[in-house]
Design a protein around this ligand. Structure first.
Ligand SMILES: [Zn+2]
Ligand SMILES: [Zn+2]
Length: 191
């Protein structure tokens, strides 16, 4: 197990709680985002500010961490590839168990999933990462009804809703289309 760096931005020191059940600590801080926070198409840029509002509470088995994180997101629309900028607020709660706590052997299967304190330090990063990833849409869109790209030429249809290609018109109808266009341009010829 690699030991935690107490100076790392997302490592919290719980010693102040003194392992006294019921003691609490509230902290509001802004920390730089770790790398790869989010998914490829939508993520928090590395180093950008993450606002954390945290409450640490000592309980019998460890320290209960609850709070929220707010950060900016960048990504691209899954349909039209247009850049997206958004922000996200996630809430989380997790119990970090004291590293010297012994467990019932029947709990062994769950053991790997338990978050642990290391020398009274806790790493918020996995918790933040899970909360952010779970909150993100699998297919981010620039707007809910984004029409995507033209399959013919790749043009962004939201910018050009009446987009059409000559080749798509069945040649048998081409004459008719030409006629109706003429009608529209000059109604007097219909008489
Ligand atoms: Zn789009
Ligand atoms: Zn097109």
């Amino acid at each position: 197990m690699t030991s935690l760096d107490p100076r790392a931005p997302l490592v919290l020191d719980t010693r102040e709680l003194g392992r006294r059940p019921g003691s609490q600590l509230e902290t509001v801080r802004t920390e730089p985002a770790p790398a790869e926070l989010g998914i490829e198409v939508l993520h928090v840029p590395e180093g950008s500010p993450v606002e954390l509002d945290l409450r640490l509470e000592a309980v019998m088995e460890g320290v209960l961490v609850s709070g929220s994180a707010t950060a900016g997101l960048v990504g691209e629309c899954a349909r039209c590839l247009e850049p997206i900028e958004d922000d996200i607020t996630v809430r989380f709660q997790e119990l970090f168990v004291y590293d010297d706590t012994r467990h019932d052997p029947s709990d062994e299967d769950l053991d790997d999933e338990v978050s642990r304190l290391e020398d009274d330090l806790l790493d918020l990063e996995p918790l933040l990462r899970d909360a952010v990833v779970l909150a993100l849409p699998f297919q981010p869109l620039c707007r809910e009804d984004c029409p995507g790209l033209c399959v013919e030429c790749g043009a962004r249809l939201a910018d050009d809703p009446d987009h059409a290609h000559e080749e798509q018109i069945d040649p048998r109808w081409a004459g008719l289309t030409a006629l109706s266009e003429q009608d529209l341009q000059d109604p007097s010829t219909t008489d």
